[in-house]
Structure formats: structure tokens, C-alpha cells
Design a binder for this molecule. Structure first.
Ligand code: NDP
Length: 322
């Protein structure tokens, strides 16, 4: 089969399309024929070595496809089942050996690209808005990178929960995407200072919560726009990881809460994984959650997808086709 392999950490040029044996499946695993692959920023962190990998590394966590065969003790899946997943390493490939307990059954009406586009970023938006800081009607949330794959979905789910959404993006084109996703106010940070704007838009009070996936370049200012005893959710490093923080800073900014969550810890049990994935896939199938597939690349051109994503060129979700 063909798969993307990374032999050592580095830039997009490290992504090599290679002919490799189909993965052998052991107990607890399922061999899935991949139909659509989701591209996520975490794939870039794996490629660069910001997040640990064993080298050579296979890449990709997310996709949708059809069960080909199952490991010896797997009873819940059978050949032909249509499944989607957000945590099966090696998904940039024609076949993946997925953990049986990470697979989710796809609604009959959903197509593979939509399922692959929804899983990881959809469940992330779900846990951020439903669990990390369960948004209440009338609360205000500030969402960075709001036209991105994850950001667009956080905006939509925050609106579904009745919150007021202030979105931050880099360009007017992205502002349009964020507005269409439901943002009440959009700040274009390349020409507006987001701290000044948020203070103006909240009459100096600040927001209840910031969902910040940008990291290093936005962290400090984000703390300045949160109301007393509000929550700072730093959940990504698109501009680089956030440097160490003094707890005293949180007291000076108004007894703030700070968390650095990961999807892994919010889908740690089968029950929680099913809750989030089923909500997300059903909402997409019902049209309650609207996906935007920004671009689809052939697997061989995965490097172009990485260049576009880390070059801030994209809106919505990027997919690869095996
Ligand atoms: P996006 O589609 O959001 O793309 C990243 C966006 O970040 C860019 O389009 C850009 O938007 C913004 N950005 C700001 N500064 C930079 C920079 N220096 N370099 C690159 N991009 C920058 O990607 P994803 O939806 O895949 O991921 C978004 C973030 O969410 C990532 O940090 C990812 O790690 C995180 N994440 C975290 C999860 C978790 O559980 N903790 C799970 C899923 C995602 P703009 O042009 O508007 O600035």
C-alpha cells in the first residue's frame, strides 16, 4: 500500500510517499481501508518533532473508511462497516490498523469526506464548549483562528449553546468565513488590536472565556481580555508553544482559571468518545453543524496541505484522498 512516511523531523519536504506493507493487525485492532483522511495541525507538530514521535514515523490521526478485517478478539466490528476515527496513528495511508475502541459507526446518510472532516476538530469544539468551559446562554466567548478547521466549529457550537461570539482572524476573507459560521463580532488582528477591540465590545468587562489555539503570539493579550474569574483555555500552538507562566500572573489578571486541555483526555472513556462523536456526526448529518472543506489534496501531495495549513492560507478543513 502507499503511505506517507517521515524519516526524520523537519519541514513539509520530509513527507515521503512510499510503498509499504499493509499493517498487520493484532488483538484489539481493525484493518480499515481509508476513504478520506483529515489533516490537522497536530500532524505538523508530529512532523516537526514538537510532539514526540518514533522515527521513521507514520503520520495522520483522522479519517473515515470501511472495515477490511478485524483482529482475533474484536467482536464489535465486521468487514464492510463504515467507520470514522480521530485517533489512529498512520492514517495518511491507504490502510490503517486502528484501535477497535477508537472507531465510531458512521450515520448511513453521511459521506466519508464529511465524517473525516468532522471527527477530530468537531469533538475538540464539543469538549471545549460543553466540558472545559460549558458555555451558558448569554456568556461571551473569544475565539482565535475562528475561520480555521477547529475555530469554525467552536464558533458554531458556542452559538448553539447561546453564547455571544467574538472571533479573531487575520484577513477579510477569513472574517467572512467566521461571520458565516455565526460569529457576532469579528476582529481582523492584522489591522485591529484585539485587546482594544474586545474591551470596546464588552464595555471594558472582558469575556467569560477565551478559546486560544494560536498559543505563543496571543497568550499574554488573551489574559488581558478575560473578566474576573473567567477562563483561559489555551489548546494549541499554531504560532509556537506558550512559554512558562507564573501562577501569580493569574491572580493579577483577576483570579483567572487557566487550562491546557487535549482531546485525548476528553475522550478517555468509550462512553465519552461515543457521546462527543455521535453528537458531532449526527449534527453534521442533520445540517445543524456545517462543515467547510477548504481543500482536498491527493495523498501524494500531503506536503502541499502542510505548507498551506502552516502558512495560514486555509479556511475550514483540509482533507487528503488516498
Ligand atoms: P487551523 O485550520 O485553525 O489553522 C491554523 C490557523 O491558526 C491559521 O489558519 C491561522 O489563522 C492561525 N494562526 C495564527 N498564527 C499562526 C502561525 N504563526 N502559524 C500558523 N497559523 C497561525 O488548524 P486546526 O484547526 O487544525 O488547528 C488549530 C489549532 O487547534 C492548532 O493549534 C491545534 O493544535 C489545535 N487543536 C488542539 C486540540 C486539542 O485538543 N488541544 C485538538 C485540535 C486542534 P489566521 O490566519 O486567522 O491567524
Amino acid at each position: 500500500m502507499r503511505a506517507i512516511i517521515v524519516h526524520s523531523p523537519g519541514g513539509p519536504e520530509q513527507l515521503k510517499l512510499e510503498e509499504v506493507p499493509r499493517p498487520a493487525i493484532g488483538p484489539g485492532q481493525v484493518l480499515v481501508k481509508v476513504a478520506a483522511i483529515g489533516v490537522n495541525f497536530i500532524d505538523i507538530y508530529h512532523r516537526t518533532g514538537l510532539y514526540k514521535s518514533d522515527w521513521p514515523a507514520s503520520l495522520g490521526l483522522e479519517g473515515a473508511g470501511t472495515v477490511e478485517s478485524v483482529g482475533p478478539d474484536v467482536t464489535q466490528w465486521k468487514a464492510g462497516d463504515r467507520v470514522a476515527w480521530a485517533m489512529a496513528r498512520g492514517s495518511y495511508a491507504e490502510y490503517v490498523a486502528a484501535p477497535a475502541n477508537q472507531l465510531i459507526r458512521m450515520p448511513d446518510t453521511l459521506d466519508f469526506p464529511s465524517a473525516a472532516a468532522a471527527m477530530l476538530q468537531g469533538m475538540t469544539a464539543h469538549y471545549l464548549t460543553h466540558s472545559t468551559w460549558p458555555l451558558k446562554q448569554g456568556e461571551t466567548a473569544l475565539i482565535h483562528a475562528a475561520a480555521g478547521g477547529t475555530g469554525r466549529l467552536v464558533v458554531q457550537m458556542a452559538k448553539l449553546r447561546g453564547a455571544r461570539v467574538l472571533a479573531v482572524v487575520s484577513t477579510d476573507e477569513k472574517a467572512k468565513v467566521a461571520r458565516e459560521a455565526g460569529a457576532d463580532e469579528v476582529i481582523v488582528y492584522t489591522r485591529q488590536d484585539f485587546e482594544t477591540e474586545v474591551k470596546r465590545l464588552t464595555d471594558g468587562k472582558g469575556v467569560d472565556v477565551v478559546y486560544d489555539s494560536v498559543g505563543a503570539s496571543t497568550f499574554q493579550k488573551s489574559l488581558n481580555v478575560i473578566r474576573r474569574r473567567g477562563m483561559m483555555v489555551t489548546f494549541g500552538n499554531a504560532s509556537g508553544p506558550v512559554p512558562p507562566v507564573e501562577p501569580l500572573l493569574l491572580s493579577q489578571k483577576g483570579s483567572l482559571f487557566l487550562t491546557r486541555p487535549t482531546l485525548f483526555d476528553y475522550t478517555a472513556t468509550r462512553e465519552e468518545l461515543e457521546w462527543r462523536a455521535t453528537d458531532v456526526l449526527n449534527w453534521v448529518a442533520a445540517g445543524k453543524l456545517k462543515l467547510q472543506i477548504g481543500a482536498t489534496y491527493p495523498l501524494a501531495n500531503a506536503a502541499d496541505a502542510h505548507r498551506a495549513l502552516e502558512g495560514r492560507q486555509t479556511t475550514g478543513k483540509l482533507l487528503l484522498t488516498p
